[in-house]
Write a protein that binds this ligand. Structure first.
Ligand SMILES: Cc1cc2nc3c(=O)[nH]c(=O)nc-3n(C[C@H](O)[C@H](O)[C@H](O)COP(=O)(O)O)c2cc1C
Length: 341
C-alpha cells in the first residue's frame, strides 16, 4: 500500500501515544538522505527504530503541496516528522498536518547551522531564544496529542557553557517538550559549512550526560559520532536513547546490529535478504513513475566492506543516467556481489 494515510489514522487514540515511543534506537533526520525511499529500506533492517523525516519547513507545510511533502508508507512507522520554523502559530499548523498525515511524533529542528536556516530564523540559532522555542513547543503541544520533541546541539559559537545548555533545556522542558535529542557538538555559525559543523566541533558526550543528570525526568537521546556497536552500547547505557545519522546511511547494516542489541533476534541481517525484501517496494514505486535511481541511491552502502562492494556501487550508480532503468538493474548488481562473495 502506498500513500500516507493509515487506514485507521483517524481512529487512533493519540493520547495514549505520548511518551510511549521507544527511543532507544533512532535514525537521524538527514536532508536529501532520509527521504521516504531511504526510510522504507532502513525499516527492513531495523523494524523498531524510530525514524525521522528530513527537516520540512513549517511554511512549506502550510502553503505548499502538503500531501506530497508529508506522504509516507505505512511500513515506515514509528516515524517522526521533523519541522523547521520559529512561528508558534505556523508550527501548530504544521503539527496538525503531521497528525492528520499519521506521524507518531513532531520534532522541532534547533540544531541545523546552515546560512539559509539562520536567515529564516530557525535551526541552531534558536538556542539563543529559549523562550521562543518553549512557546513553539507549547503551541504544538496544544495543537496535537502527539509527542513533541526538540533536536538541538550543546551550544552555539561562544555560547557553549553548561549553564547555557541547561537554561535552554529547562525552558524547553517547561514548554512541554516530551524528549530532547542532543547532538553532542556545538555549532560554529561563522566560518564553518554545515558539513564541517558535523565534524569539526569536538564531540562532548560528558556535557550531555551532565544535562541528563540535572534536568529531571525528560528522556534524552544522544546523537553524534555513533557509528559502531561498541559506542552504541556504551551510549545506550548512559542515555534514554541513541540517534544514529551518517553511519545508518553510509553503512546501513550497522543498524541491524544495533537493532539486535535492543531487540534480540529482530530485523534482517543478511544483505541479500534486505535487497530481496526491498524489491517489491521498488517495483511498486517504479509503477507510480518514480525513477529507479531515487531508490537505488540509498542502497549504495549496503555491501560496504564486502567482496564486490565496489561493483555493486558502480553498477547501481549507473541507474542515474538511465531514466528508464528497471528492477533488473538491481538484480544484476546483486549477482555481482553474490558471485564475488
Ligand atoms: C546529509 C545530512 C543532512 C542532515 N540534515 C539534517 C536535518 O534535516 N535536520 C537535522 O536536525 N539534522 C540534520 N543533519 C544532522 C544529523 O541529524 C545528525 O545530527 C548529525 O549527522 C550527527 O550525527 P551522526 O554523527 O550520527 O551523523 C544532517 C546530517 C547529514 C549528514
Amino acid at each position: 500500500m502506498t500513500g500516507n494515510q493509515r487506514p485507521n489514522a483517524g481512529d487512533r487514540d493519540y493520547s495514549q501515544l505520548r511518551g510511549d515511543l521507544d527511543r532507544r534506537l533512532c535514525v537521524a533526520p538527514m536532508m536529501d538522505w532520509t527521504d521516504r525511499h531511504c526510510r522504507y529500506l532502513l525499516r527492513l533492517i531495523a523494524p523498531h527504530a524510530l525514524l525521522y523525516t528530513e527537516m520540512i519547513v513549517a511554511a512549506a507545510i502550510e502553503h505548499g503541496d502538503t500531501a506530497r511533502l508529508l506522504e509516507f508508507h505505512e511500513h515506515e512507522h514509528p516515524l517522526a516528522l521533523q519541522v523547521g520554523g520559529s512561528d508558534p502559530r505556523q508550527l501548530a499548523v504544521a503539527a496538525r498536518a503531521g497528525l492528520r498525515a499519521g506521524y507518531d511524533e513532531i520534532n522541532l529542528n534547533v540544531g541545523c547551522p546552515s546560512g539559509r536556516v539562520q536567515a529564516g530564523k530557525f535551526g541552531v540559532c534558536l538556542m539563543r531564544e529559549p523562550q521562543l522555542v518553549a512557546d513553539c513547543v507549547r503551541a504544538m503541544r496544544d495543537a496535537v496529542d502527539l509527542p513533541i520533541t526538540v533536536k538541538t546541539r550543546i551550544g552555539v559559537d561562544d555560547d557553549d557553557s553548561f549553564e547555557f545548555l541547561l537554561d535552554f533545556a529547562t525552558a524547553v522542558t517547561a514548554g512541554g517538550c516530551d524528549a530532547l535529542v542532543v547532538h553532542a557538538r556545538k555549532a560554529w555559525l561563522q566560518g564553518l559549512s554545515p558539513k564541517e559543523n558535523r565534524d569539526v566541533p569536538p564531540l562532548d558526550y560528558g556535557i550531555v550526560l551532565r544535562l541528563r543528570q540535572n534536568l529531571g525526568e525528560i528522556p534524552i537521546v544522544v546523537n553524534g559520532g555513533i557509528g559502531d556497536i561498541g559506542i552504541f552500547t556504551e551510549r545506550l547505557r548512559e542515555f534514554d536513547g541513541v540517534m544514529v545519522g551518517r553511519a545508518a546511511y553510509q553503512t546501513p547494516m550497522v543498524l541491524a546490529e544495533m537493532e539486535r542489541v535492543v531487540y534480540p533476534g529482530s530485523g534482517l541481517v543478511n544483505r541479500e535478504q534486505v535487497v530481496e525484501a526491498y524489491l517489491p517496494y521498488v517495483a511498486s514505486q517504479l509503477a507510480r513513475g518514480v525513477r529507479l535511481h531515487n531508490m537505488t541511491r540509498h542502497m549504495l552502502g549496503l555491501f560496504q566492506g564486502y567482496p564486490g562492494a565496489r561493483h555493486w556501487r558502480r553498477h547501481l550508480s549507473q541507474a542515474s543516467s538511465c531514466p528508464d532503468a528497471g528492477i533488473e538493474f538491481v538484480e544484476s548488481a546483486l549477482a555481482h556481489v553474490t558471485s564475488a562473495a
